[in-house]
Write a new protein. Structure first.
Length: 120
């Protein structure tokens, strides 16, 4: 099956939607991070809660890192649509199947190459 313009439009739209969603999540994550609270430094009485805050800060950082990675994948996919090379496997150059792109629109490798990469 060949990738149609219609399919690309659909993927493009859902990627843009996903991008907005991730962006919103990162922003709300940052507003929840106790370390980004400017009042925190002046609050000496709350020293016994520091350990707890540390953990959530770490977790938020990890989560944010994950989200940013996802964001760069989305941006990469959008760029590939613009360049007209969307759906082409980065490794072997074959077209990635529509089924795979439907499930994972940010896929850069075909199933075979992805498997080979995972083995490494
Ligand atoms: Zn491949």
């Amino acid at each position: 099956m060949k990738i149609t313009l219609d399919f690309l439009k659909k993927i493009n739209l859902s990627l843009l939607k996903e991008k907005r969603k991730v962006d919103t999540t990162i922003t709300s994550l940052k507003s929840q991070d106790p370390f980004s609270d400017p009042d925190r430094l002046n609050d000496n009485a709350a020293s016994d809660t520091d350990a707890k805050e540390e953990i959530s800060h770490e977790r938020m950082q990890a989560l944010e890192k994950e989200l940013r990675l996802h964001m760069s994948e989305i941006e990469e996919a959008l760029l590939r649509i613009k360049k007209g090379i969307y759906g082409k496997c980065l490794s072997c150059g074959k077209m990635i199947s529509i089924e795979r792109l439907t499930v994972k629109p940010t896929a850069l490798y075909c199933v075979d190459c992805e498997r080979k990469r995972e083995k490494k």
